[in-house]
Design a protein around this ligand. Structure first.
Ligand code: NAD
Ligand code: UDX
Length: 463
């Protein structure tokens, strides 16, 4: 069977960019992106894209109205279709058994109900593109029993902010399921991905590999964040440690940046899904191992918040605090699970006056500044949450001159030079880099250690 028409359910962060890149690389096939949300489709069709991704525009412009269509019309999506990608959201369940842990596949289920009702006229390859709990393929097969379908797993590994690059040059493409259909799906990818990067597996392995990949990546962030906590205590520099261990080719130098905690729509939910699966299989030790990755991440966020509050002497009421960044990482407009959400909430509880700025991200029900103009005037503290390049280019001398004194800077991304910030006069705190705001003026870490009488817990609850 020659693939002619491909559809994708879900026009979100994955569906939109993935289909745009596929359409540009596979000019002989037609790609239809279908979504139940009318507004979402209108945004794609009117170039008010619902997501921000570098170079996305170029790929949409190349293909839209040629072989790429965004639609709410199910007939347009399913009529004479050969392959359907399911790229709908699979958040953590918010209710019932497995709440806050297991992935919610009810959006997948609603796609299946739609497909079940549709009078298919030819064989349909149904592809799990969404991240799903292991064995979801069995569920799909059971629901669509007696239909002429074949289920494959083809998880997506793009990261936000680099989605187009990741789609153009994937490290690998994983296809799990029956060989003949797998090869048909591979024939699309082979139009731009080298054959040796396409890995065929059994379907359960494909499903699980996605959950495992994200859990491993999350584990790496928690590992380096755990080291940042040690560094804060003993006076080593976590950036130097990342460099030292990252130059070991077995460890590798990626994903070793300490931060205020990982965020995003994927890491937390996929990690919790792995933990839930281990618990369901009564693998308690394994579950505990992975749960610690999650706990450490929550701890790192809490530690940062406590640091802000305690180093400002627990007196933030009516003080102006500038929040730089609300997205979970730079180069995206996505704020899902961003550390900013928790930090903003806690600072609001302290009755601080927040001035929040992000070049792309918006969070619900919170007023945000449109630019950096005048944002530092009279502020007591700057809190950096996202590593936008723009924030490293701010004139921090000018900002300091406009700020109330003392002027704090809490750098949740180690974006700035701490020595420079201190030389300007800031009480600067970076993660795992010896910058303790409480002691910077009078004490270095060593003398702090000698002053056993200091009640450290007074300043942070972490140790
Ligand atoms: P998203 O929330 O951005 O988009 C999902 C879209 O699906 C929404 O527009 C929603 O309206 C639509 N939808 C829901 N039910 C539908 C239905 N029955 N029919 C048609 N459309 C429907 O989600 P996302 O971030 O693109 O993630 C999608 C999946 O891909 C998730 O499983 C996620 O874990 C996985 N994933 C996400 C990323 C990422 O970086 N965001 C990367 C890799 C994998
Ligand atoms: C992740 C996976 O990388 C991707 O393969 C998968 O398809 C979806 O989930 P994403 O969540 O978009 O992608 O971004 P990623 O770059 O992985 O970052 C996740 C979080 O970890 C961000 O908050 C980021 O700031 C943080 N992070 C990442 C660190 O704190 N330190 C690092 O060294 C790397």
């Amino acid at each position: 069977m020659q693939i002619q028409k491909v559809s994708c359910f879900g026009a979100g962060y994955v569906g939109g960019p993935t289909m745009a890149v596929m359409a540009s690389k596979c000019p002989k096939q037609t790609f239809v992106v279908y979504d139940i949300n009318e507004q979402q489709i209108n945004k794609w069709n009117t170039k008010q894209y619902p997501i921000y991704e570098e170079n996305l525009n170029e790929y949409i412009n190349k293909t839209i109205d040629k072989n790429l269509i965004f639609t709410n019309d199910i007939d347009l999506a399913l009529k004479d279709c050969d392959i359907v990608f399911l790229a709908v959201n699979t958040p953590s369940k918010s209710y019932g058994l497995g709440a806050e842990s297991q992935l919610d596949i009810s959006y997948i289920d609603s796609c299946l109900q739609t497909i079940k009702k549709y009078p298919l006229t030819r064989k349909l390859i149904l592809v799990e593109k969404s991240t799903v709990p292991i064995k979801t393929c069995d569920y799909i097969n059971a629901v669509l029993k007696n239909l002429n379908i074949c289920v494959l797993s083809n998880p997506e590994f793009l990261a936000e902010g680099t989605a187009i690059q990741d789609l153009l040059y994937p490290d690998r493409v994983i296809i799990g399921g029956p060989l003949e259909s797998s090869q048909q799906l591979a024939s699309l990818y082979e139009q731009w991905v080298p054959k040796d990067k396409i890995i065929f597996t059994n379907i359960y392995s494909a499903e699980l590999s996605k959950i495992v990949a994200n859990s491993f990546l999350a584990q790496r962030v928690s590992s380096i964040n755990s080291i940042s906590i040690i560094c804060d205590k003993i006076g080593a520099d976590v950036n130097e440690i990342s460099q030292c261990i990252g130059s070991d080719s077995r460890i590798g130098n990626k994903f070793l940046k300490t931060s205020v905690g990982f965020g995003g729509s994927c890491f937390k939910k996929d990690l919790l899904c792995l933990i839930y699966m281990c618990e369901s299989l009564q693998l308690d030790e394994v579950a505990q191992y992975w749960r610690q990755v999650y706990i450490l991440n929550e701890y790192q966020k809490q530690r940062f918040i406590n640091l802000i509050i305690t180093s400002m002497f627990n007196c933030l009421r009516n003080k102006v605090i500038v929040i730089l960044g609300v997205t979970f990482k730079a180069k995206t407009n996505d704020t899902r699970e961003s550390a900013a959400l928790m930090i903003i909430k806690k600072l609001q509880e302290e009755q601080a006056i927040l001035r929040i700025y992000d070049p792309q991200g918006k969070i619900d029900n919170v007023e945000q500044c449109q630019s950096l103009d005048g944002i530092f005037q009279g502020a007591s503290a700057i809190v950096i949450i996202t590593e936008w390049e723009e924030f490293s280019k701010i004139d921090y001398v000018q900002a300091f001159n406009q700020m109330a004194k003392p002027s704090y800077c809490f750098d949740g991304r180690n974006l700035l030079s701490g020595d420079l910030m201190k030389s300007i006069g800031y009480l600067y705190y970076g993660l795992g880099r010896q910058y303790w705001p409480i002691f910077t003026e009078q004490d270095d870490t060593k003398t702090f250690w000698n002053k056993k009488s200091i009640n450290f817990t007074q300043y942070t609850i972490i140790y």
